[in-house]
Ligand binder design. Structure first.
Ligand code: RNT
Ligand code: ZN
Length: 419
């Protein structure tokens, strides 16, 4: 689509939205400013650089599409490529297993910002904010699937130290980038089969987390959160940090709760949980994912649930209370395309939420005119959103739908296929 056509389409869209009382320019600037944190781990199938060559801890990638990033330089180049295809404010979500040890004998309980200085330099040069995660999986100090709630005291202590180090590193990230850094604690701890004591591990988990968060860290810019999960692969029967556990912990400790879209029963949706949780916590983190029958971590598509999630954030002005991050890993397709599809979908849903005639829809609801509410909610779906998206991409110098994939294919031919 040429520039003039895009412009004409945009003019048409502006009128169409104006008829519903929506200012398209305002919607674009609002959507553009909402950060979305892109997860580094889609680029290398959640392997990292600190020694592991396979994934464990209740999560799994499937597929072996060629071109996986094997080194930090490759991963950063791939991330750069992906980011060049995504409009709006992007952050990078890093896991501690992406440490660069540079031959040094150092383990996760002792990492400092030194192991992440290349990441920080990269972020600074691109003016990109960083988010962070301790890595409680794929490591010999895991006690089976247990980490912070292990009965093995030396292993548990190792993981407590890891948590503290991650808060320190996040502090350096926040300072270095000038942007707050979220730190998400997800622990796979749990049992494959029915357990007889559901209490002990939870008590130990609480002690461990309390010890970690008692450490001195920059509470203003380091935004810690605890993620719940229903079950993991091989951890089907008992999960220590379940929904009630993680939510209760977060509320009682004045921390954040992380809602992962794949971590609930398949008919439950996190869009329905956001405003409920925010009655009792200041902020939450989201892991926007797509479970297919289970927590399968498929690339997010522009489906009803993604739209509902972004509607909730935008319609309730939760921009400063909800941190949006993506969490999926698909090794069966081009990994850069996987990022681009998911991130562009997140941005589309955000923009579409900003373009919705929510004031009119709500006025109908408050007036108990549920007929109009339904009609408007449905009309909204066929407003010329695609024309606004095309204009938005063009105005930010980002490739259009129908064009960005060619760039990925070129990169695949020239870079990925040589790996
Ligand atoms: C696992 C959790 C967790 C991980 C990442 C890699 O089920 O969703 O967030 O996916 O930390
Ligand atoms: Zn997650």
């Amino acid at each position: 689509m040429g520039h003039t056509k895009i412009q004409q389409g945009f003019e048409f869209a502006k009128e169409a939205y104006a008829a519903y009382g929506v200012d398209v320019e305002d919607a674009i600037s609002r959507a553009d400013a909402i950060p979305v944190s892109m997860h580094c781990w889609q680029g290398d199938d959640v392997i990292g650089f600190d020694g592991s060559d396979s994934l464990s801890g209740g999560i799994q990638t499937t597929g072996n599409y060629p071109g996986r990033a094997r080194r930090p330089e490759e991963l950063r180049a791939d991330i750069d490529k992906a980011i060049s295809l995504i409009p709006g404010k992007t952050k990078l979500n890093l896991h501690a297993c992406y440490a660069e040890k540079n031959g040094k004998e150092i383990d996760r309980d002792a990492y400092t910002i030194a192991e992440f200085s290349d990441w920080l330099d990269w972020a600074k040069s691109g003016k990109i904010g960083l988010d962070f995660n301790p890595t409680y999986f794929s490591h010999p100090m895991m006690d089976g699937d247990f980490s912070l709630s292990s009965y093995n005291e030396s292993k548990r202590r190792f993981w407590i130290e890891h948590g503290k180090r991650c808060l320190e590193i996040a502090g350096a990230f926040a300072e270095g980038t000038g942007q707050p850094c979220t730190v998400n604690f997800w622990m796979p701890d749990g049992y494959k089969d029915t357990c007889a004591d559901t209490v002990k591990h939870r008590e130990i988990m609480t002690q461990s987390l309390d010890e970690i968060f008692a450490t001195a860290y920059d509470r203003k810019n380091v935004l810690a959160a605890v993620e719940s999960k229903l079950f993991g692969l091989g951890v089907e029967s008992h999960t220590v940090a379940s929904h009630e556990y993680a939510l209760g912990y977060a509320i009682s400790r004045n921390l954040r709760y992380t809602l992962d879209a794949g971590h609930f029963h398949p008919t439950e949706v996190i869009s329905a949980k956001i405003s409920a949780v925010l009655q009792f916590t200041d902020q939450i983190l989201l892991h926007v994912s797509r479970g297919v029958r289970w927590d399968s971590d498929h690339v997010i598509t522009l489906d009803d649930e993604l739209q509902r999630i972004m509607d909730e954030i935008v319609w309730n002005s939760y921009e400063n209370r909800v941190f949006i991050g993506l969490d999926y890993f698909d090794a069966s397709i081009n990994r850069i395309a996987a990022w681009a599809v998911g991130m562009r979908n997140a941005r589309k849903a955000i923009l579409n939420a900003c373009l919705a005639p929510v004031e009119r829809i709500r006025a109908a609801e408050y007036g108990e005119d549920f007929t109009s509410r339904l009609a408007l909610l449905e009309d909204r779906k066929t407003l010329p959103f695609g024309l606004v998206w095309a204009y938005y991409c063009e105005s930010r110098g980002i490739a259009q739908d129908g064009a960005w994939l060619d760039e990925v294919k070129v990169y695949e031919r020239t870079v990925l296929s040589k790996r």
